[in-house]
Design a protein around this ligand. Structure first.
Ligand code: NDP
Length: 606
């Protein structure tokens, strides 16, 4: 492991000892590294399949298999799919079918309805298409239910319900060269042909469970946070879990999800046990209602301007004194300097990289010291406070924000069961065991996150056969091959949305909109020219692969020092990422330039 002590000391006295902090971080990480890495988790298939049953839309729709033709099929009805559909509709396409296994639009916001759920990026820039739909969120950080309703409003506004197929899973995609169309098959026997297909599966679609010995023996009530069982807990996402008043509830996991639902469980359960392996960093939230006067003052184009302003602050490198006003002005933008330790970005500063890295590390130590001091200031029990302090760098895990999470541990009916980094030891028929002590619970809830580490072709979840029957899994067997992360040679008219081979920032929906708008421009151009097959050449794909390799951020040094989690492949980070390393601002500019140059012409084939 690289050791920073060799670097020159910073000027001026420090109010803390950086070497001691580095040692502590390293010890905490080492304690958590497991030889089984990602294999420690259990997937929600087979015997655990019931963890992913849909509790919100029950019963299967009685419909005959569809055999029809669409202009476009979009796989995934979350914000990515909705943005693709909306932008394609604006580009003039008429018949658009969104297919999703969920019972409605919303994607991750359809599935995640746990109490307390909110977006953690400001809603005015996170919720897409606000101006198009004519809506303003009621809160700076909107509750999940408002976000889900906004997804539905997009569906209504763009007329997407008419052809939508919910509770339906795509089982295969097959390109037909004679008709120059895709055949989309589903688990309901549908056979839909379409000229254009967009894949937008989303990163958080498969919940995972911890591989704790005995997990299959538990006989009490149990569910994953992404399938909240309100029939059991009572109440709704806003709270009031009146079914838990006489229940002992156990919650495993203390990530971004747990931070939001713990205050509700703590308030309503007879007793809540929170089983912690690694504490999250918890910063101030300061949510507030939208000021109606401010909302009335907004002028057309405001959402794009605000979103761009946020991106500039979290991923740009405005020279000192040159930075425009910080419109969002929250924990993300004020901690931007720390985010830059991990997130790529344009850098115009003349500072030596090593000096910059060192300054970033010191700022990081200060930020984390501040967050640890906040724990002491809020949590009364000194043992609990000590256990709730995060000992790692700020961007090692998803930072969280809450003004009620830490406070919940001051309640007499809430117990923090810290596992000292080792995780829960065992689960029995009625209890969770930590350090030899059994905690009996009536209900066990898993806030243990999602499986996001599968290789890209596998993540799609069904076979894709392109020209001459070539399988995408084969084309990508040595790693994904794309132009701009959007399409691949040999797979015409098929577009990918997500984080592959491009540059995303913390506002993921912004990146999705840039991609969806780009795809819509490509399709509109093909329609205008009467072109029926669009795909990058093998050469364009190879060159983009070279660009990715040349620019991919070297996050290894940073991530290798981090406590394990999905950011660093459970403590085993790859040497390089597969994103565009010059950052999202440069990536958006590159796409724009490509469109205004002769790029569009190059992908129009026949
Ligand atoms: P995470 O993967 O972030 O957290 C999983 C938790 O389960 C961790 O605390 C983990 O501990 C714990 N865990 C796993 N195995 C064990 C075990 N054997 N014993 C004890 N604990 C265990 O999942 P989340 O659902 O919290 O968040 C996933 C992502 O979803 C976030 O990173 C964020 O991007 C997104 N999200 C966004 C929200 C928003 O407001 N926009 C809200 C919620 C989630 P350890 O850390 O030690 O691995």
């Amino acid at each position: 492991m690289p050791h920073d002590s060799a670097a020159p000391p910073p000027p001026g006295p420090l109010e803390f000892d950086p070497d001691a902090l580095r040692e502590r971080y390293r010890a905490e990480r080492d304690r958590r590294i497991r030889p089984d890495g990602k294999r420690q988790y259990r997937s929600t298939t087979g015997a655990f399949g019931y963890y992913v049953d849909d509790p919100y839309t029950t019963g299967t729709p009685d419909r005959a298999p569809l055999e029809d033709r669409m202009d476009a099929v979009i796989v995934g009805g979350g914000f990515g799919g909705l943005l693709a559909a909306a932008r394609l509709r604006q580009a003039g396409l008429r018949d658009i079918r969104v297919i999703d296994r969920a019972g409605d639009f919303g994607g991750t916001w359809y599935w995640n309805r746990y109490p307390g759920i909110q977006c953690d990026i400001e809603s005015y820039i996170y919720l897409p298409l606000l101006e198009e739909v004519g809506s303003i969120p009621a809160w700076k950080y909107a509750p999940g239910e408002d976000i889900r309703q906004h997804a539905r409003a997009i569906g209504q506004h763009f007329g997407l319900y008419r052809h939508a197929c919910f509770q339906t899973e795509v089982t295969g995609l097959h390109w037909h060269d004679t008709t120059r169309e895709w055949l989309v098959s589903t688990d309901r026997g549908d056979r839909v042909t379409a000229r254009w297909v967009v894949l937008s599966g989303g990163p958080f679609s498969r919940p995972k469970l911890p591989g704790i010995p005995g997990i299959e023996d538990y006989r009490g009530h149990t569910f994953h946070t992404s399938r909240w069982d309100y029939a059991y807990t009572g109440g709704h996402a806003g709270g009031g879990l009146d079914g838990l008043g006489d229940k002992r509830v156990g919650l495993i996991g203390t990530g971004a999800t747990a931070i939001q639902c713990v205050p509700h469980l703590g308030r309503d359960a007879r007793h809540l046990f929170v089983f912690q392996r690694t504490p999250s960093s918890v910063d101030v939230r300061a949510n507030r209602r939208t000021d109606p006067g401010w909302a009335r003052s907004l002028t057309p184009g405001w959402q794009r301007r605000r979103r761009d302003n946020f991106l500039l602050h979290v991923a740009g490198r405005p020279a000192a004194g040159d930075a425009p006003e910080d419109l969002v002005n929250d924990g993300w933008t004020t901690s931007a300097r720390l985010l830059r330790s991990l997130l790529p970005g344009d850098d115009a500063s003349p500072q030596d990289p090593e000096e910059r890295r060192r300054a970033g590390e010191l700022a990081d130590f200060r930020k984390m010291n501040e967050l640890r001091a906040r724990v002491d200031a809020v949590v009364h029990d000194p043992h609990a406070a000590e256990a709730l302090k995060p000992w790692y760098r700020y961007m090692c895990k998803r930072p969280t924000f809450s003004d009620t999470y830490l406070q919940t541990f001051n309640r007499a009916n809430v117990t923090l069961v810290d596992t000292e980094g080792l995780g829960v030891e065992r689960i029995t028929g009625n209890a969770v065991v930590v350090a030899g002590r059994a905690y009996e619970v009536d209900c066990l809830i898993f806030a243990t996150g999602f499986d996001i580490g599968a290789p890209p072709a596998e993540r799609i979840g069904f076979p894709v056969r392109g020209r001459a029957g070539r399988r995408l899994a084969e084309h990508w067997q040595d790693g994904p091959r794309t132009l701009h992360g959007i399409y691949s040679h040999g797979f015409p008219n098929l577009f990918h949305l997500g984080s592959l081979h491009n540059a995303v920032s913390v506002n993921f929906v912004h990146a999705l909109d840039e991609q969806a708008s780009h795809i819509a421009r490509v399709v509109a151009e093909a329609v205008r020219r009467g072109v029926r097959r669009v795909e990058p050449s093998a050469d364009a794909e190879r060159k983009w692969g070279d660009t990715i390799r040349e620019t991919a951020p070297d996050t290894h040094r940073f991530l290798a020092e981090c406590t394990p989690g999905y950011y660093n492949n459970e403590g085993m980070p790859g040497r390089r990422g597969d994103s565009y390393g010059r950052g999202p601002l440069a990536f958006h500019a590159l796409l724009k330039e490509w469109r205004s140059g002769d790029g569009l012409g190059e992908v129009m084939v026949t």
